[in-house]
Ligand binder design. Structure first.
Ligand code: GLN
Length: 533
């Protein structure tokens, strides 16, 4: 049997310390040492997947190639590792309970009382190991959502304890990420919260092997020694994670701190070759030292929470670096465009992106932004709902189809230029039922999209229920908005462009999901370039 090693990443003291980034950075280093590795995320909430969550609750919903709606941390994993994740990489409490309850209804437990231990923990362990089984991996890193001590994450912590016991400490490693706060009044870094949080883990039967300490000031030897002694870990296992200006610097810092080396030693694995991170460092350099600046507006309705548009913001960082340019992304609430002087609000922008979304709120402002970009020859990228808004706008203002709309917003519109997809009709269940994941797209050579991709056929990831209504295609094309990308199997319109415009592209898919550090997305690169000119 293939012997995979497991690394668990837990968090203590507060949430949002960057477990996802630490996991991704460690994975990146192990990958560059020659190991085959992936990362999974265990989420303690009861939703079966985050697809039904409002972005305000939990940030963006990230979509994988195989069409799973997952936690946004999977986006970080893909952007760092440059390999796709799948449904198996994200487990929620809802999923675990759903399987166990289905087993129970089938009668699989043969009259036993179904309990958290062993039934729920067995299902969690099965899912942790399943990722390794399908991919024959050397190392699986599993990030446990939430903070130790949360009631919700207890079954996961218990599963880790059991796995460590079953597989042995040389096959299973626990990395605990905590905060070392700095008290400005006394000018001191404080280790007590870390000590307490390690105690919570110990109470649950887990001795962490490595501690990663998030801090705003460099840790002295004294502090490292103190943490090592009080928390029962080796000195070399106390790793500093100091605040940095870009998350992409974290792998370089972790390399300096030898996090990967210590982890491999503890797992009894050969260190392999020294991690070679030249392209990565070059990328970080470009991010930190841009030669130019471009102001692009992101028009959305969840802008109060930046995480709601995580993949888009990251795609701009990748594309910016490729153009040696910093994208100054202005988050603009679409509702704020519904009144007042639009020109005043948008004229400082060199590019406009209208974001994905659902429902009526904020639609008016998105349509106004699409109109502004079209009329003022400002480069435009419409993503999913952003593409649909540009279609509605064009219908209303160029084709004079009064009250043209998407049937999502107005089911009674006389001109349903965006309409519910045939296969969506009659669906009642909301969870996991959209058109999800990778579908192919064929494009025409005379388009800005082709100039970006340089290939005729590719696939991109989707998450939508509505589509361009092909009944109106001729009207649109005659008036100057063209369907330049089509799904070859279904004829569904994937890309709309206005050839007479400087750069006006609307896509039904989400290119940002596939943008990585090593492979920045061509459409974003071209959009940034067009905005720079
Ligand atoms: N609400 C639109 C649809 O379902 C767009 C979805 C999106 O932007 N992801 O088709």
């Amino acid at each position: 049997m293939f012997a995979t090693k497991y690394i668990f990443v837990t968090g203590g003291v507060t949430s949002s310390l960057g477990k996802g980034i630490i996991s991704a950075s460690l994975a990146k280093l192990l990958q560059s040492r020659g190991y085959k590795v992936t990362i999974s995320k265990l989420d303690p909430y009861i939703n079966v997947d985050p697809g039904t969550l409002n972005p305000y609750e939990h940030g963006e919903c990230y979509v994988t190639e195989d069409g799973a709606e997952t936690d946004l941390d999977l986006g970080h994993y893909e952007r760092f590792l440059n390999i796709p994740t799948s449904q198996a990489n994200n487990v929620t409490t809802g999923m675990v309970y759903q399987s166990v309850i289905n087993n129970e209804r089938r009668g699989d437990y043969l009259g036993k009382t179904v309990q958290v231990i062993p039934h729920i923990t067995d299902e969690i362990k099965r899912r942790i190991k399943y990722v390794a089984k399908i991919n024959e991996l050397d190392i699986v890193i599993t990030e446990i959502g939430g903070t130790v001590g949360d009631i919700e994450s207890l079954p996961y912590i218990e599963s880790v304890r059991q796995l460590k016991w079953e597989l042995g400490t040389s096959n299973c490693l626990v990395i605990h990420l905590t905060l070392v706060p700095y008290l400005a009044t006394t000018g001191e870094l404080k280790t007590k919260p870390t000590q307490h949080s390690v105690k919570v883990l110990q109470e649950n039967g887990i001795q962490p092997d490595i501690l990663v300490l998030r801090t705003e000031k460099s840790l002295s030897d004294d502090i490292r020694n103190k943490v090592a002694l009080f928390c029962n870990v080796e000195y070399k296992s106390v790793i500093e994670s100091i605040n940095v200006s870009t998350i992409y610097e974290v792998p370089l810092l972790m390399k300096k701190e030898r996090l990967d080396y210590v982890a491999l030693q503890k797992l009894g694995l050969a260190p392999g070759k020294e991690p070679e991170l030249i392209p990565w460092s070059q990328f970080v350099n470009k991010v930190k030292n841009p030669k130019q600046m471009v102001k692009i507006g992101l028009i959305g309705k969840y802008v109060e929470l930046r995480d709601a548009y995580k993949s888009i913001s990251e795609a701009f960082i990748h594309a910016g670096a490729m153009n040696e340019c910093k994208v100054d992304l202005k988050f603009i609430h679409s509702e704020s465009l519904e009144e007042g002087d639009v020109d005043e609000k948008l004229n400082e922008l060199q590019g406009i992106l209208v974001a994905p979304g659902f429902g009526n709120r904020g639609i008016k402002g998105k349509i106004i932004a699409a109109k502004y970009a079209r009329e003022h020859n400002v480069p435009y990228l419409g993503i999913c709902l952003g593409m649909q808004c540009s279609v509605i706008e064009f219908a209303r203002n160029v084709l004079t189809m009064k009250d043209a709309d998407s049937t999502e917003m107005n089911p009674k519109t006389p001109f349903p230029v965006i309409d519910l997809m045939e296969e969506q009709k009659g669906l009642i269940q909301k969870g996991g039922t959209m058109r999800l994941g990778a579908y192919s797209c064929k494009i025409c050579k005379e388009s800005n999209t082709f100039k970006a991709y340089n290939i005729i056929k590719f696939s991109e990831r989707h998450r939508h229920r509505y589509e361009f209504n092909n009944k109106y295609l001729e009207d649109f094309e005659k008036a100057g908005m063209k369907a330049v990308g089509i799904n070859p199997e279904s004829g569904l319109v994937e890309i709309m462009e206005i050839p007479g415009h400087k750069w006006y592209v609307g896509v039904q898919f989400h290119p940002e999901y596939k943008s990585t550090v090593i492979n920045p997305h061509p459409l974003y690169i071209r959009f940034v370039k067009a905005s720079m000119q």
